[in-house]
Design a protein around this ligand. Structure first.
Ligand SMILES: [Zn+2]
Length: 384
């Protein structure tokens, strides 16, 4: 078996760049597995070398300060139950599509080691000194704090890769490069909206910027059209969403109000003393509530179904066909005051609404809100 290759670098950037070139040349890919605290962030410092042992790398003394390990992307699966963690029940959870291949982790043992540390400068005479003297000079140098960290990278031989294809076909299992995703964002901002055009521009970008020309099968640098299209769509979505979601929502609701003047749209933005509240009832919903709401109305809350940690309430009636949502509201907090306030707004806009029965969860706050809103004769039913 061929020996692993060890290379010395003067800076971490050079080292990472070289790793990238190695990945392209060998059509392999690595992901960060372990990184010691502060790795790559210290350039000088005196007290950190206390009690550190002097090692010998390629016949030169070296004090190790940190270590970073990259595993082959087909390496051991450290999160075997990762999929089980995300709830699949609601539409918002990501990764809901069926995957023909459960995981690409195959337990490949290949890894890249990068050691960060201190070395004697190249000008320091090596031959004339004994090992002990060299070690002592290195410790002295480190103690002054005036040194620049160097990086030793140990690249595995291709034969170290196990349980997966290597060579030309291995590029098929690689994800798109992060740099390309940034490039897609940039190009979408510039106005590129055609997938063919995007593919052409990305191809020439890769050929211009990479030191090594990637294999044509590499999906990392030459992703397929579906991947490109998905990332273009994501880029367009991010362009639309401003950092301030409330401002977005306000603009969106104003458009709604203009387009559908008979809808009830209430929004109170979060202020210093005021709490966020959103109430919505379309004209169609209002009609249904008037027609079917006076016998029985149901109130149902959902939790953690949106990306915000806000409860979402639905007011539901039974129509002649099925159950229909007749109003919805999102309070900032789930308590009887907020619920009562939202229901009051709905009630004010629906003066004829006076249900005989109200069905709700086994929740004291909701029951309290109902009773105070519709005093006298209201029967609150509970869903256990
Ligand atoms: Zn591997």
């Amino acid at each position: 078996m061929a020996e692993d290759e060890t290379v010395l670098f003067g800076s971490l950037e050079e080292c990472i760049k070289s790793l990238r070139d190695h990945e392209i040349q060998t059509n392999t890919r690595y992901t960060v597995g372990y990184s010691s605290k502060g790795f790559g962030k210290r350039s000088t410092g005196s007290n950190i070398v206390n009690n550190k042992r002097v090692q010998w790398l390629n016949g030169k003394p070296f004090i190790s300060l940190g270590l970073k390990v990259y595993f082959c992307h087909h390496g051991k699966n450290y999160r075997p139950n990762n999929n089980a963690r995300t709830p699949k029940e609601h539409g918002y959870s990501k990764g809901g599509r069926v995957r023909a291949q459960q995981t690409k982790k195959l337990g490949c043992p290949a890894k890249v080691l990068i050691k960060e540390g201190v070395m004697l400068p190249a000008s320091h005479p090596i031959q004339d000194n004994t090992k002990a003297e060299l070690a002592a000079s290195l410790i002295d140098l480190a103690a002054t704090g005036e040194y620049t960290c160097c990086y030793y990278m140990c690249l595995p031989d291709l034969e170290k890769h196990k349980f997966h294809e290597t060579g030309i076909s291995s590029g098929l299992s690689q994800n798109i490069d992060r740099g390309l995703v940034h490039k897609i964002n940039e190009l979408v901002d510039e106005g590129v909206s055609d997938t063919d055009e995007m593919e052409r521009r990305l191809r020439s970008h890769v050929l211009e910027t990479e030191n090594v020309t990637p294999a044509p099968t590499s999906k990392r640098f030459f992703p397929n059209r579906n991947t490109i299209r998905n990332h273009m769509r994501n880029a367009e979505k991010t362009k639309q969403t401003s950092i301030d979601d409330e401002t977005n929502l306000e603009g969106f609701l104003n458009r709604w109000k203009q387009d559908n003047t008979r809808d009830i749209v209430f929004l109170r933005k979060k202020g210093e003393t005021e709490k966020f509240l959103f109430v919505y009832q379309s004209f169609g919903m209002k009609t249904l509530l008037e027609r079917y709401g006076n016998t029985m109305t149901l109130l149902d809350a959902t939790y953690r179904t949106t990306k915000y940690h806000l409860p979402l309430f639905f007011l539901v009636v039974k129509t002649n066909v099925d159950y229909q949502v007749v109003a919805c509201f999102i309070p900032e907090e789930e308590n009887s005051v907020s619920e009562q306030e939202a229901l009051q707004i709905i009630k004010d806009h629906n003066p004829n609404w006076s249900p005989k029965h109200f069905m709700t969860d086994m929740d004291e706050r909701e029951m309290h809100a109902m009773r105070s809103l519709f005093p006298g004769g209201l029967l609150v039913l509970l869903v256990m």
